[in-house]
Design a protein around this ligand. Structure first.
Ligand code: 6GU
Length: 314
C-alpha cells in the first residue's frame, strides 16, 4: 500500500514514520510512504504558501496554487488519481471501520493543512474525503496523517508479526483487550493471576474473554452495548448466565426475551425501567432467570454486578 503525503513539514514526519513497525514495513516494501513538500511547488519568489484571508479574520490561509500543483505532480508520477484525503477536524472521525475501508485502496494521498486552514477551492478541486482523528483541534494535519498511516498500515498483511495478531484484538472485535502480564510472577507484591500460570489453555482463553467483556463494560459502555447487541448469547455464556441448551430449546421466544432482559438488568446494563417493561412481558421467565443469575454470579466468583434491589413487577 502506498501513502503520498502533502505537507509543509516533511522532515519530522519522515523521521517518525521511519521507526519501529511502520519503519520496518517501509523498509521491507510492504508499505510506501512518500512525502512531498508543498513549499517546493510554490511559484512565489519567496516560496510563500499562505496569505491573509479575504474578508478579514485572524491567521493565514494556505494558497491553492502550491497544493494543487504538488498534488498534480503526484497524480502525473503515478499515472492514476488516488483517493485524496484532507486531514481536518471537520472530517468524519477515523475509527477501525474507516481504517478497514481505507486499507482497500492501493494508494491514498493525505493532504495536511496548517495555519488557519486551506483555501476552500482546494477542497472542491482535489479532496474526496475529509478525515478527523477526534473532536479537538490540532495545529496541523501532520499528526493526524501519521495516526492514519499507522492505523491503516498495521492492517496490511505482513506488517504485524502474525496475521492473526490484529484480528484478535481490541477494536477489531469491538472489545477492549484483556490485561497482559509478563515476568516476574510477582512485582511489588502484585501477583500475576494464577489462572495464567496454570497452563490450562481453555480456562485461560475463557478468562481472557471475560476480562475483555468486563473491561469494555467498565471503560467503554458505548462499545459494550454495541457488542452485546451483536453477540448476546456469547456474553451470557461467558458470564455463566446462559441456561442449559435443552432448557433453552423448550422456552418460547417471549420467555427467552424475558431472560435476556433480566440478565441484562442483572449485569447492570439496561435501565431498570426498560428491563421492568421487558420483564412484564414474561414475568415468570424473568424471575427464573434473575434467580438463576443471582445463583450463578454468587457461586462462580465472577464479577457480575447484580441489582438485588430491583423489583420484578407481577
Ligand atoms: Cl485531521 N486536523 C486538525 N488540525 N485538528 C484535528 C484533526 C485534524 N483531527 C482532530 N483534530
Amino acid at each position: 500500500m502506498r501513502f503520498e503525503v502533502l505537507t509543509l513539514f516533511p522532515e519530522s514526519m519522515d523521521r517518525m514514520l521511519g521507526e519501529s513497525i511502520i519503519g520496518r514495513a517501509r523498509e521491507s516494501g510492504l508499505i510506501t510512504v512518500q512525502i512531498t513538500n508543498i513549499r517546493d511547488f510554490s511559484e512565489n519568489r519567496h516560496r510563500k504558501v499562505d496569505d491573509y484571508p479575504y474578508g478579514g479574520g485572524t491567521g493565514l490561509v494556505m494558497t491553492p496554487q502550491p497544493i494543487v500543483d504538488a498534488w498534480q505532480s503526484i497524480v502525473e508520477r503515478l499515472g492514476v488519481r488516488p483517493r485524496t484525503l484532507f486531514m481536518s477536524p471537520q472530517g468524519a472521525v477515523l475509527n477501525q471501520a474507516m481504517a478497514e475501508r481505507l486499507k482497500q485502496e492501493a494508494c491514498l494521498i493525505l493532504l495536511c493543512g496548517h495555519y488557519e486552514g486551506v483555501d476552500e477551492r482546494v477542497i472542491e478541486e482535489i479532496v474526496d474525503e475529509e478525515v478527523s482523528i477526534g473532536d479537538y483541534v490540532l495545529t496541523g494535519g501532520e499528526l493526524p496523517a501519521m495516526v492514519l498511516i499507522d492505523c491503516v498500515s498495521r492492517l496490511v498483511e505482513g506488517v504485524l508479526a502474525s496475521e492473526t495478531s490484529y484480528s484478535e484484538e481490541s477494536h477489531y472485535s469491538g472489545l477492549l483487550e484483556y490485561p497482559q502480564y509478563t515476568r516476574p510472577p510477582e512485582y511489588h507484591g502484585r501477583k500475576v493471576p494464577d489462572i495464567l500460570l496454570s497452563g490450562h489453555h481453555a480456562k485461560v482463553h475463557k478468562w481472557h474473554y471475560v476480562k475483555m467483556l468486563e473491561r469494555t463494560r467498565d471503560k467503554r459502555p458505548d462499545l459494550y452495548e454495541a457488542y452485546e447487541m451483536e453477540h448476546p448469547e456469547k456474553v451470557l455464556e461467558a458470564f455463566g448466565l446462559l441456561p442449559k441448551k435443552k432448557r433453552q430449546r423448550k422456552q418460547s421466544a417471549v420467555a427467552a426475551a424475558g431472560i435476556t432482559a433480566a440478565t441484562d438488568a442483572a449485569a447492570g446494563i439496561t435501565a431498570a425501567t426498560d428491563a421492568a417493561m421487558a420483564a412484564l412481558a414474561a414475568t415468570d421467565a424473568a424471575m427464573a432467570a434473575l434467580a438463576f443469575a443471582d445463583n450463578l454470579s454468587a457461586d462462580n466468583g465472577m464479577k457480575v454486578p447484580v441489582d438485588t434491589g430491583r423489583e420484578v413487577p407481577e
